[in-house]
Design a protein around this ligand. Structure first.
Ligand SMILES: O=C(O)CCC(=O)C(=O)O
Ligand SMILES: [Fe+2]
Length: 357
């Protein structure tokens, strides 16, 4: 049955960083400058960090004992992050989307104002998780909206975006919604969960999207494009929209840069999947850095469960030997708490942990 539950998401309204970046670097307000940025480690020589690569075609076509499902299990368990190739999303659509988003963020501010966030509503251009006037701000503008289920969409967004961006967004978010559902079925298989348990938990699902634009900044080592965080999702499908790297993950305590394969998706385990898998899979902390002279764009599609359900470890994954590591909560309660605080690594999901003696 379709749920009526909706969720109000808000964030304090802040100025546009794209506009700010047009001014000289001497005028960067202190709200953006940080002195506590940990540097990323540079891999030895020309060794780069090789995050696992999963092939969607192999994942869906293999029968029982599919080794790609085992690879998926390993990637979610050991990394919380992997690249997805052969994902089936049309590459022409991806190329069009990249150009259209670039043009969208370059529209004059006068026009972009139509889609700016407003007090009490975090959809549109702006920032997220800004809850106090004195917290540090990210060096980037985002565009956030609810995309699925359709009835929860804000009518001032997708249909009123410039054409052809609105048509590309419709196709892209719909393709990613289907891909997320297919991926979660495989994740259920990898976890040896009952399939119905996953489908019941996800229900109609909920997708939100966040497009990130990080303008260049001369003081790039003193600003953060996107504060270290884990995503509060089941899974996130991330696409880097241009040729500028900047995504970093915290691997074994150290920040390391990710170099995505062209047009591959980067998929990461979110906090809700960590809870549902009873900690077998772990959401990974990541951040967006800023380049000194180049702007960077990325597109994150967040996929979570229906809003009118409950979350907690899947009953089939709990036993006497593996007791529940997380408390149960309604999905609404989970999100309400999330949006009431600033982003701070994995601190929020940790509040759901049950102390083990
Ligand atoms: O820009 C990136 O690569 C990371 C984006 C991200 O983590 C997010 O939007 O949640
Ligand atoms: Fe993220």
């Amino acid at each position: 049955m379709a749920s009526k539950a909706s969720l109000e998401v808000s964030s304090l309204v802040v100025p546009s960083v794209v506009e700010l970046a047009k001014e000289s670097s001497t005028s960067i307000p202190s709200r953006y400058l940080r002195s506590d940025i940990e540097k990323a480690v540079v891999p030895d020589g020309d060794r780069v960090l090789e995050i696992p690569v999963i092939d969607m075609q192999k994942l869906v076509s293999g029968g029982p004992n599919n080794s790609e499902v085992e690879k998926l299990d390993f990637a979610c368990k050991e990394w919380g992050f992997f690249q997805l190739i052969n994902h089936g999303v049309d590459s022409t659509l991806l190329e069009n989307l990249k150009a259209e988003i670039d043009a969208f963020f370059k529209l004059p501010m006068e026009e972009k104002k139509k889609w700016w966030q407003s007090p009490g509503n975090a959809e549109g251009f702006g920032q997220a998780f800004v809850v106090s006037e004195d917290q540090k701000l990210d060096w980037g503008d985002l565009f956030f909206m609810v995309t699925f289920p359709r009835r929860l969409r804000n009518p001032n967004l997708i249909p009123s975006l410039p054409s052809p961006l609105s048509e590309s967004m419709e196709r892209y978010t719909s393709d990613l919604n289907n891909l997320s559902t297919a991926m979660l079925e495989k994740i259920a298989e990898a976890l040896h969960m009952e399939t119905e348990e996953m489908t019941e938990f996800v229900g109609e699902g909920r997708q939100t999207i966040r497009i990130n634009c990080y303008p260049p900044c001369e003081l790039s080592d003193q600003v953060m494009g996107l504060t270290p965080h884990s995503d509060a999702t089941l899974i996130t499908i991330l696409l880097q929209l241009n040729d500028v790297d900047g995504l970093e993950i915290r691997k074994d305590g150290k920040w390391v840069q990710v170099q995505p394969l062209p047009n591959a998706f980067i998929i990461n385990v979110g906090d809700i999947l960590e809870i549902m898998s009873n900690g077998r899979y772990r959401s990974i902390e990541h951040r967006g850095t800023v380049h000194p002279v180049k702007e960077r764009f990325s597109f994150a599609a967040f996929f979570g469960p229906r809003l009118d359900g409950e979350l907690g470890p899947a009953p089939s994954l709990i036993s006497e030997q593996t007791p529940a590591k997380f408390r149960r909560a309604t999905v609404q309660e989970f999100y309400k708490g999330l949006f009431a605080r600033r982003l701070q690594g994995k601190a929020y999901v940790d509040t759901f942990k049950i102390q083990q003696d």
